[in-house]
Design a protein around this ligand. Structure first.
Ligand SMILES: Nc1ncnc2c1ncn2[C@@H]1O[C@H](COP(=O)(O)OP(=O)(O)OP(=O)(O)O)[C@@H](O)[C@H]1O
Length: 550
């Protein structure tokens, strides 16, 4: 399929507002995609790589601006592109407005008219770009993008630019793609959903539905090395759990960060964070913890930080170890990390997702002799309260209440896992702007603009400057500066990428911020290194919190 045809179809999808009509347009596109089906399914979701693969293109706004400027000819600079972006508000509109691939573009192809750009070629070139590293990789990336932009018409340029900056935002979510696969290939949406949960690969599952139908989807299996979404919990009480189930599996709720271990004794061990990022290199202790297991396993659990006496430290400590690429050995001395296992998805060739929790726990105890989260089966609130008191005494965050009969449902926040509602409410919000500091803090970003997730946009809700030490501020500044998009006076726009956990006193109505709400006395708690903006708190959650407190 030509990329220009794909872009025209995406344009029609973006222009449609009715959900059902969008699904049908996507389904038609899937039917017409032929051999490009896997790539088309991923690109619609703004992905070059499957959802389980944490490889990124690693293309920042500046690099993209440079490539666009080159493709637009000698009279346009990267600064011009950035200035146009400030007016246009999004990179797609900027790319579309530039006259790309003029004479300088043809010259790059030896003056001959280049072949039309295909979807497969875009995919190949972007994969090649993602693989570039080391000296010269930046130039190589600009060259690749320049080569692609040179061969796009305005609509294709719009979607290519959005794709490379992970800003596809065409109103097609994972649910739409699931329903469109079902509609296109006449298979039940539930079967597609299940296969997607197990594989986390929209492209391959679209192909399976097309080629093999229901049977192909049913045969989808977990693979050691390919992470699945974590099962999530709702808030609930002991009384809720006792009422809902015959008995209750009570576990300690560790205050750490979720990790999924994929261990294959014949191959390697990989550790993934809650957002499926590969964090293996940052957490060598976790790899060492399973090194002696002689069967392939997929384990779910929590990485916690402990002090010299082995007592738990707050989760901010463990987050200091996440995503760290340098100084891992030194950080390991500073913060000791341990693993606490609470679930087991696969052992030695057998998938356990559909097995009841207690069976999965039995398999877990058969492979691990220590590091298990303690579990009590309770039938009354008193026994649950006892477990809770013991957990809190030991310095843990609280308890989890689980339905002993329940299957493991990846990515689902169902009724089968309940977490004790924390006493202090915090919000996970995306940093979308900042202000340069004053006085001795003038070289750092000082105040951070926070936004809640609103569908695939972000709605501002407050600013935080309190609770941040000078050292932390320097770190945050280094982290956020490369994400600056625009600057006006001392205020900057920040590419939505970093999630802050923030405490607050109250949520008030406000006309100052886009969300219609403002946080009263917001204070910085931590950077949620384990969350992406898509996992930040949504505007609808904030509205629910406001309703609850009224
Ligand atoms: N025994 C346990 N079983 C399940 N989860 C546990 C357990 N101990 C700790 N956890 C952690 O608790 C998390 C769920 O509750 P919590 O509210 O703390 O997480 P969150 O990441 O802030 O929010 P959420 O997962 O609800 O989006 C799990 O994702 C997991 O990381």
């Amino acid at each position: 399929m030509d990329f220009a045809d794909f872009a025209d179809r995406v344009d029609a999808i973006e222009a449609e507002s009715a959900d059902l009509a969008i699904t049908s347009l996507v389904a038609d596109l899937f039917v017409d995609a032929g051999a490009d089906l896997p790539v088309v399914a991923r690109l619609l979701l703004g992905r070059v790589f499957p959802a389980w693969d944490s490889t990124t293109l690693d293309v920042g706004p500046n690099l993209c601006h440079e490539a666009l400027a080159r493709a637009a000819g000698p009279n346009v600079t990267a600064d011009d592109v950035a200035a146009t972006l400030a007016d246009a508000g999004e990179i797609g509109a900027v790319a579309e407005s530039l006259d790309l691939g003029g004479q300088q573009g043809l010259a790059a192809f030896g003056a001959a008219e280049p072949d039309p750009l295909t979807v497969a070629e875009v995919d190949d070139r972007l994969r090649d770009l993602a693989a570039a590293e080391g000296a010269g990789s930046r130039d190589h990336k600009v060259d690749v993008l320049f080569g692609l932009f040179n061969r796009t018409d305005p609509v294709a340029a719009r979607y290519l630019a959005r794709l490379v900056l992970s800003e596809m935002r065409i109103g097609v979510g994972e649910g739409t793609v699931r329903d469109a696969i079902a509609e296109a290939f006449d298979v039940p949406a539930d079967d597609v959903e299940r296969a997607l949960q197990v594989t986390n690969d929209y492209g391959s599952m679209a192909v399976r539905a097309c080629d093999e139908g229901e049977a192909g989807l049913a045969a989808a299996e977990l693979a050691v090395g390919r992470p699945v979404q974590a099962m999530l919990a709702q808030t609930g009480t002991a009384a809720d759990a006792v009422e809902a189930w015959e008995s209750v599996a009570v576990e300690t709720k560790f205050d750490g960060a979720r990790v999924q271990i994929h261990h294959d004794p014949a191959d390697e061990t990989r550790v993934f964070s809650r957002n499926l990022e590969d964090v293996t290199d940052a957490l060598p202790e976790i790899v060492e913890f399973v090194a002696d297991l002689d069967v392939p396993v997929i384990l779910d659990g929590e990485a916690i930080a402990v002090d010299d006496a082995g007592d738990p430290l707050p989760f901010q400590e463990v987050l200091r170890r996440f995503r760290r690429k340098h100084d891992v050995a030194r950080m390991r001395e500073e913060v000791t990390v341990e693993f606490r296992a609470f679930d087991c998805l696969h052992v030695d060739g057998t998938d356990l997702l559909d097995a009841p929790l207690l069976d999965r726990r039995e398999r877990l105890s058969s492979v691990l002799s220590d590091g298990l989260s303690p579990l009590t089966v309770a039938e009354d609130v008193e026994t649950i309260a006892d477990h809770e008191a013991t957990a809190l005494d030991a310095g843990h965050e609280g308890i989890m209440l689980k339905n002993p009969e329940s299957a493991y449902t990846p990515g689902k926040r169902g009724q089968n896992w309940l977490k004790r509602k924390p006493d202090v409410e915090t919000l996970d919000l995306v940093v979308t702007g900042a202000e340069w500091g004053e006085g001795r803090r003038a070289n750092h970003l000082g105040t951070f603009l926070l936004s809640a997730r609103d569908e695939d946009e972000f709605a501002t809700i407050g600013k935080v400057a309190t609770g941040i030490t000078d050292e932390r501020l320097a770190e945050l500044s280094d982290r956020l500066e490369p994400l600056i998009r625009n600057q006006e006076g001392t205020e900057v726009d920040i590419e939505p990428e970093v999630v802050f956990e923030v405490g607050y006193e109250e949520i008030q109505a406000s006309s100052t911020y886009g969300s219609g709400h403002a946080l009263r006395f917001p204070r910085f708690v931590a950077v949620r290194e384990d969350k992406t903006p898509s996992e930040a708190d949504s505007l609808s959650r904030i509205e629910r919190l406001v309703d609850e407190h009224e």
